[in-house]
Design a protein. Structure first.
Lengths: 483, 470
């Protein structure tokens, strides 16, 4: 029997060997892949084991980790809840992370290569490792003004420093409280998330960056820039402004929102056409300039491009392949033109920054665990949208909109404010979108703001001035007061 | 029984009538002390890592284990002085590592209860230590009572009746309880008991006793087919009965692992007894038929296979256990997280079926390989005993016990590490559960009894050559 016993030994040996080979495969060769699989709580817990770095607005930690005595050692808390949610995002054991929590995770978690020396020191000294801090460009007062202004509405506000591209405010409404998702009570977290997901107003949507309805009449700023840059028009050029404009190749009459001509004898200056938001004049202008010139101008402001701020923005669109009627409609920000408030703030900012479009950014600096600054953002130019002279000219036209035209609600005593109202149709039976784009002060711009109210309800330029302009005004005042 | 290949080795005192055979009890003692040190180190490690302090009863526990293992060792010195010196330390080490992990999971349960502000569950390690003590006492009792393993052959059919009764007892209404979807427990008052664990010893004795008697007729070959000897039709009876019982266990108790283990054991013993490879082929064929039938006839078998093939799709429901197990193993990596540093409590049933996943996470692939190596040594010593012992019944019994350990190991660890579909079985010596622990220690006692027989000098003072193999 000994021969067959040895055979059995061989069989059992092979079985044990198979187990050994398999655990090496599972624990070593496939370990990385397994660790990264969704639903692996261990990876999340490992991150919770370290103190995650704070997200700072000024010196105020708007997101920070506090020690707890449950199985996750640190709890993520957001001091102002929904106010900064579009910037911070959330950090959840169940749903991962969004916003800065996600894009700057390697800094906050302390795994970035920036901390290589730091980590080595921690390893050698046995100190507990901590994540780094992320400083945001946001201006606390402007953010508050923007968020409070949106209270009860659906919409967004983005404010930019024209000279750098730094984002001073990015507010979304309705917003959400990230604390509800970062809680360690996973059942509560799940309930909160499901409620937010099913809300028809989509509170989890980061509207300043990704909601892109048609910009309506605020797009006339782009058309005006294209007109000035063409060399064929100046602010005082006389353009036709009848009560309506027959769209080329169709029998459709595009009416002015006022229902009347924009000037005596159906003619007006370009300045006045912008001031009263004259549809017939700008539709005509669109056909004079052509879709290619409009598109080229739009793209110099950042259209047809996604920006990484470091969250990725949705692309604001100026479409291709338009016929003449569509070109005319696109010149007044209708047809398939879409824009985020980030994009429209960039338009205002470029006009206020001598025609130079800056790349927008949200992260001002990265600090180590000891809060020592390790890296500072360096502003960069995206494109030259206008010559300095044309930028100055268009700035003056925008000031005229506020002082003599449709943007009266943005007036600030003692400050030259440039603005442009807008209202866009988003489809039959759907509420109109009210816009306001502003930049101030006129002589050396410190802030450009775009406000978009997505459930404006009313029609006409009145809602842009009535609903959106006051918010823009408050944001501008907040920025100017804090400087 | 084939003659040993090696000639008797001359020794320096070859001319003496009393040949000195080293009994190697001191080696066993040394290894036991090493196992005790490792076990107590693991205990200290767990408490230091989780609670930050050495357990207050550390010395007392160390003393108790020194006493238990020392007692077993002394008993072996008197009752089975020539027994294999590796089996006792290997089993003791695995037993203590299992206790350390159960303690570690107890602490995790306690902390969870504290967080939830509910009453902490009573620790499982306390009854398991009691079972360990009981198992070691039984180990000594077996060595004391069973002087000669050949006497067990008299109880061949008693063992069959008791074994089959035990195996089927969970089906008796009022006695059986369903745990995790399988009917493999019986409950007597406060004690729950897994009868298949004891049945595996009884049925091994039965298989060995039965095959010793019938092996000659079962080895008869009627004709050759494809180079294999095909047995006579009527000789197929026993294997078909064994297959039928295994299928019955699968159908009525929904216990794939037990069915697989018993059928595998029978086929292996049939092969060893007859030395006919055809039995392996026939057994393999019947296994494939049973597997295919099971797959198409039973939803739970089909589900197990689907979860195995496509674990990540089922990671949140039916495949949760195995997915968590793989997450844990991956987290452990090469060197492990260290005791108390991982999250083995995330794996459901970490103390029983999935205890090797817990050990793999916290001790890494390195520790897991070490554990598998200890099992490998245990199986190898069992087979070596089978080769060394002179009587065919003893050979079959020793092969049977080694095979039971090997198959059980493969089925449960293979399932936990996704080598094969998951089936429920406990890991020998490591898993929480009193009946399994007692049964496994009984098997070690029988193996040591057989090996003592194999290596002890013959009554006339000489040594049989085959007995020199150690």
């Amino acid at each position: 029997m000994n021969h067959s016993i040895r055979r059995v030994g061989l069989i059992l040996g092979i079985l044990v060997l198979a187990l050994m080979v398999n655990i090496n495969i599972q624990q070593v060769f496939m370990a990385g892949e397994t660790r990264d699989r969704p639903g692996n709580q261990r990876t999340v817990l490992e991150e919770y084991d370290r103190e995650r770095g704070p997200i700072l607005v000024g010196s105020d930690p708007v997101a920070r980790s506090i020690p707890t005595d449950d199985q996750y050692k640190y709890l993520r808390r957001y001091s102002a809840g929904p106010l900064y949610a579009p910037a911070t995002g959330f950090y959840s054991a169940l749903y991962g992370a969004t916003g800065i929590e996600r894009t700057e995770n390697d800094v906050l978690a302390g795994t970035s290569d920036l901390f290589l020396v730091d980590r080595l020191q921690q390893l050698l000294s046995g100190r507990e490792s901590k994540g780094g801090a992320v400083g945001l460009t946001l201006n606390a007062a402007a953010q508050k003004a923007a968020y409070q202004g949106l209270s009860g509405k659906v919409g967004s506000v983005t404010a930019i420093d024209p000279s750098t591209g730094a984002i001073l405010a990015m507010a979304s409404s309705p917003s959400f409280d990230p604390n509800l998702l970062s809680t360690h009570d996973l059942a509560a977290s799940q309930k909160a998330y499901e409620k937010l997901e099913s809300d028809p107003n989509k509170p989890l949507l980061n509207r300043p960056l990704v909601s892109n309805p048609p910009p309506g009449s605020t797009f006339k700023l782009v058309t005006t820039a294209a007109a000035l840059e063409s060399g064929r028009f100046t602010p005082s050029t006389i353009v036709p402004g009848p009560a309506s404009y027959k769209l080329p190749g169709t029998s459709v009459e595009l009416k002015n929102w006022q229902g009347t001509a924009c000037g005596p004898g159906g003619k007006t200056t370009l300045t006045n056409a912008l001031a009263v938001s004259c549809n017939s004049a700008f539709a005509w202008l669109g056909n004079q300039l052509g879709q290619d010139a409009l598109r080229a101008q739009a793209e110099k402001f950042g259209f047809n491009m996604s920006f990484t701020v470091p969250m990725r923005s949705a692309t604001s669109r100026y479409p291709t392949g338009l016929d003449d009627a569509q070109t005319a409609m696109s010149a007044i920000g209708q047809f398939d033109v879409t824009a985020t408030t980030l994009q429209m703030a960039m338009v205002g900012a470029a006009i206020g920054n001598n025609g130079i479009t800056m790349n927008p950014y949200l992260v001002k600096e990265i600090r180590g665990a000891d809060l020592q600054v390790l890296q500072t953002a360096s502003p960069s130019q995206f494109a030259t949208a206008l010559s300095p002279a044309n930028a100055k000219a268009e700035m003056n036209m925008m000031v005229d909109v506020v002082e003599n035209g449709t943007g009266s609600n943005a007036r600030i005593p003692g400050v030259e404010v440039g603005g442009k109202t807008g209202t866009a149709e988003t489809g039959p039976g759907r509420p109109a979108v009210a816009w306001f784009v502003a930049v101030a002060p006129g002589d050396s711009a410190k802030v450009a703001v775009a406000v978009c109210i997505e459930n404006a309800g009313g029609r006409s330029e009145i809602s842009g001035n009535g609903l959106a302009a006051p918010i823009a005004k408050n944001v501008i005042e907040a920025v100017l007061a804090s400087q | 029984m084939s003659a040993p290949t090696a000639a008797p080795q001359p020794t320096t005192d070859a001319d003496d009538t009393n040949v000195h055979v080293p009994n190697r009890r001191n080696l066993e003692l040394g290894l036991l002390i090493l196992a005790l040190i490792i076990g107590m180190f693991a205990y200290a490690n767990v408490d230091l890592a989780v609670l930050g302090e050495l357990p207050a009863n550390f010395l007392a526990v160390g003393g108790i284990f020194a006493l238990l293992l020392g007692g077993a060792h002394v008993a072996v010195r008197y009752l089975a002085p020539y027994a294999d010196p590796f089996l006792l330390p290997a089993a003791a080490l695995l037993n203590m590592l299992g206790l350390a992990m159960i303690r570690r999971l107890d602490l995790a349960d306690q902390q969870r209860a504290e967080r939830a502000e509910v009453k902490a569950p009573s620790p499982d390690v306390v009854p398991q230590v009691t079972w360990t003590a009981l198992a070691l006492v039984l180990f000594v009792v077996i060595l004391f009572v069973v002087h000669d393993h050949r006497r067990l052959q008299k109880y061949t059919y008693t063992c069959m009746v008791l074994g089959v009764l035990l195996l089927l007892s969970p089906l008796i209404p009022g006695l059986g309880t369903t745990v995790n979807g399988a009917n493999l427990w019986i409950r007597l008052g406060p004690l729950s008991f897994q009868p298949s664990e004891l049945a595996k010893i009884l049925l091994t004795i039965f298989f060995a006793g039965y095959l010793v008697v019938t092996r000659d007729s079962l080895a008869l070959v009627r004709r050759k087919f494809l180079g294999l000897g095909i047995p006579r039709g009527r000789d197929l009876g026993p294997i078909l009965v064994a297959w039928g019982v295994a299928m019955a266990v699968l159908v009525f108790q929904r216990d794939l692992g037990t069915a697989l283990m018993f059928f595998g054991l029978f086929v292996v013993l049939l092969y060893v007894a007859t030395q006919r490879r055809s039995w392996l082929v026939i057994g393999g064929g019947l296994f494939v038929i049973g597997a295919v039938l099971g797959y198409f006839a039973f939803g739970h078998v089909r589900l197990r296979v689907q979860v195995w093939l496509d674990t990540w799709t089922y990671a949140n429901d039916q495949g949760y256990q195995i997915a968590q197990s793989l997450f844990g193993l991956a987290n452990g990596g090469l060197l492990g997280t260290g005791f108390g540093q991982g999250y083995p409590q995330f794996v459901p049933f970490a103390k029983t079926d999935f205890i090797t996943a817990a050990l793999g996470e916290e001790l890494g692939v390195t520790g897991f390989m070490a554990i598998l190596t200890i099992y490998g040594i245990m199986i190898e010593r069992g087979l070596r005993t089978a080769i060394a012992v002179r009587d065919p019944f003893g050979k079959l019994l020793a092969v049977g016990f080694a095979t039971v350990i090997g198959l059980q190991l493969f089925v449960v660890i293979g399932g936990v590490t996704r080598l094969i579909p998951l089936t429920g079985l406990t890991t020998p010596f490591l898993s929480y559960g009193g009946s399994a622990l007692v049964a496994n220690w009984m098997m070690i006692a029988f193996l040591m009894r057989i090996s003592d027989r194999a290596r002890s000098p013959l009554p006339d003072g000489t040594v049989d050559a085959s007995g020199r193999l150690s």
